[in-house]
Design a protein around this ligand. Structure first.
Ligand code: SAM
Length: 289
């Protein structure tokens, strides 16, 4: 195995394959040798586990995952990296590389086909341009996975792990909290990557909940959440009536039933208030969806 943390080795490998970095695909490869073993260990790569890796790049994290887990499936969009991975990871018999856009894949089927009898987790150094869509897909699909352990931009880490009711929380924070328990594991400086990005990063972990909060209609719950958070600095009365297209008297009744003061801001609501809001909305409006 070549030393994939050594910039000189990486440069010569990439030059041999005529590979140039794509900014558009968020290609910043890890060169700090301490980071990948920590992600693998904290990310549940161990005997009896199967790991889905998203965006293996040249395989530096993949190599650690293959050393620790029973099986790894690495999903890489950039077809130019496939022959490179074939070279750097040739020693691993427990690896399957899939050349695809993770957002297009049926991950439930992939898990059923590839990981029978294994406890599955996701590990990644995600491309930052689609961090939220990927995390939302992993959560909303209600996949049979234990944890998602991933590198994200530091600001995204703060938003994803923010307590509900705080200023940093957004609609994506509500979704993360709904499906999982989020925590920041450790920070990673921009110098740990090649090329070095303009921002610092953090590794976060989402532990998937067995039981999600009780809402009668999940799609409606998230429609309300997304709606009110687009108007997050307005009062909840204005945000609810504006985003859901209901008149103010109806919005007032919904809030009263939910036990929420109309002058509160959407960003101040915690999970119990948000679920109460959804239940009250259904009770006060003729809502069939
Ligand atoms: N894991 C490697 C590392 O840590 O050095 C590379 C991480 S790099 C930040 C992100 C990787 O995701 C790149 O290899 C990029 O080509 C890949 N990627 C970007 N968009 C993707 C997508 N939609 N589906 C799968 N992989 C994607």
């Amino acid at each position: 195995m070549q030393n994939l943390h050594d910039p000189a080795v990486i440069k010569s490998l990439l030059a041999r394959h005529g590979f140039t970095f794509s900014k558009k695909l968020g290609q910043n490869f890890l060169i700090n040798p301490t980071v990948c073993p920590r992600i693998a260990e904290l990310g549940n790569a161990r005997e009896g586990s199967g790991i889905i890796e998203i965006g293996p790049g040249i395989g530096v994290l993949t190599n650690e995952l293959c050393k620790c887990a029973d099986k790894v499936v690495a999903i890489e969009l950039d077809s130019r990296l496939i022959p490179i991975l074939g070279e750097t990871l040739s020693e691993h018999r427990n690896l399957k590389v899939v050349n695809a856009d993770v957002l297009d894949l049926d991950l439930r089927r992939l898990i059923a086909e590839e990981f029978e009898g294994l406890e599955v987790s996701v590990c990644a150094n995600l491309p930052y341009y689609i961090t939220s869509p990927i995390i939302m897909k992993l959560l909303e699909d209600r996949l049979p996975i234990r944890t998602i352990t991933t590198m994200v931009q530091r600001e995204a880490a703060a938003r994803l792990c923010a307590p509900l009711g705080s200023r940093e929380a957004g609609a994506v924070t509500v979704a993360v909290e709904f499906y999982s328990e989020a925590k920041k594991l450790f920070d990673v400086s921009r110098g740990s990557f090649m090329p070095s990005p303009q921002v610092d990063s953090s590794v976060i972990q989402l532990s998937i909940r067995e039981n999600t909060p009780d809402v009668p209609n999940e799609a409606l719950f998230f429609r309300i959440v997304r709606g009110i958070f687009t108007l997050r600095r307005k009062t909840i009365l204005n945000a609810l009536s504006g985003s859901m297209g209901i008149d103010k008297p109806t919005a007032s009744r919904v809030l009263e039933r939910a036990g929420i003061e109309p002058v509160r801001r959407p960003e101040e609501l915690d999970m119990s208030k948000l679920t109460a809001l959804c239940r009250a909305y259904i009770a006060e409006t003729v809502c069939l969806d």
